[in-house]
Design a protein around this ligand. Sequence first.
Ligand SMILES: [Ca+2]
Length: 525
Amino acid sequence: MLGRSHVARGMLLCLSGLFLSLDQEVPLALADDRPQWGERYTRNMISPETGLPESFDPKSGRNVLWSASLGNGAYGSPVIANGRVLVGANNAEPRDPRHQGDRAILLCLDEATGKLLWQLVVPRTGGDVYLDWPNVSMCSPPTVEGDRVYTLTNRFELVCLDLDGQADGNDGPYLDEGRHMAPPGEPPLEVTPIDADIIWLLDLPRDVGIYPHDGAHSSILLIGRYLYLNSCNGVDNTHVTIRRPDAPSLIAVDKETGRLVAKDGERIGPRIFHSTWSSPAYGEVEGEKRIFFCGGDGVVYAFLPLPDGHPPDEVRTLRRVWRFDPDPTAPKEDVHRYHQNRRESPSNIKSMPVFYKGRIYVTVGGDIWWGKNKAWLKCIDAKGSGDVTNTGLLWDVELEKHCCSTPSIWKGLVFVADCGGKLHCVDAETGERYWKHPVGREVWGSTLAADGKVFVGALDGKFSVFSAEREMRQLASIELDASMAATPVAANGVLYVTTLRTLYAVAERARGPTADAAGQAAGGS
Ligand SMILES: [Ca+2]
């Protein structure tokens, strides 16, 4: 790993023209890939990368290594592994003339240059927009292990892809890529080296029996042989009916075969207020392994992971260890009666739980579209068993208004943004609030804490950088070309900033091409 990172880093630094001075300043052991969303297992939105810039300027190219056009609807965060950057895009500017019209796309770019290597192009489901939003990018940040990429497409297909794409041939068992990338009713397309290579595919609506709602969004947790993911089961387009109340909310799939091997038995379905958006985390509590999962009912659950070794023959039920209801006085029955009620409603959880020093940090509150405004950051004891609603809460802090953000816990401080456009700094031990500060109109992504800084992008296109300290100190505020709904990501000494239109690779003292030139290199022709 270090050797490859060293090579990738060397290439990047050569491009920046500063390989000597930076190499001396930055310990190589800290530069590494970021092969999933958030820190591995814990989901903490931090990074050990160093030497990240305080600011950058897309117009002059200052501190911009390269940038890539993502179309005009990019909501997903990038992942970086084995010299590639994987990021969602749409087809507003077709990269392959065979694909015209609306598609959800996953781009695989070269880490050093941002040039396109291959793309997964997926036609829309069509019909009901609540099953697959028009013009929205592929939203799920993939999880990469070795040369395998695991992700959820806009059609709620769990796929395993070859990181090398079709360049080294079409690996099976799945060999129907030509049909997969053609819209329904149209003949299969020829598979070319620029196309993704699907290894296997599990269709969650067809094979697992879910009825999804809104954009497919899952960041897969990979532990040993098993993929754990939220199912995206939710309401239908009436917003008051759950069509598949018995469908699972959390599933486990064999990464080798794509076979469903386990699902939860909590029957969360009838209590899902909107959809199942939160991806699971993992941690060990006093030597006991736990998967932490937030259901669409706004409840935090701890499950036992499957034992290591050969996958079970049957589909098992995941054993629940505890449940914690972070909003116990909110409505629990007939929850859809509270649809559009901005004062009284169930809470839901639109972010990931973060495991840190034996505790779970989670943001919870009213639904951003249809529920009450109230929202909190809550800190829960990760130990215990049974219903720990009355015993598990360590502290909570009220946020401004709704929250979609996963916290960053950095040197004893929690940083979290909210939909009221505020960034909060809270003591991780006690919950004491040190400061809050406006960062834009509304934040849908999460913060990144790294290199002593906190980075956050807002829906109004404002990108802010703060010092990760108890005292509020803003280092930069940058106006970008479009809204930001993704989370800043750092890997191999580079900061990645994603707007709805552009992915910027940002590195200290880099002097790359301007956004327009790089966008053509990555996405044009
Ligand atoms: Ca291949």
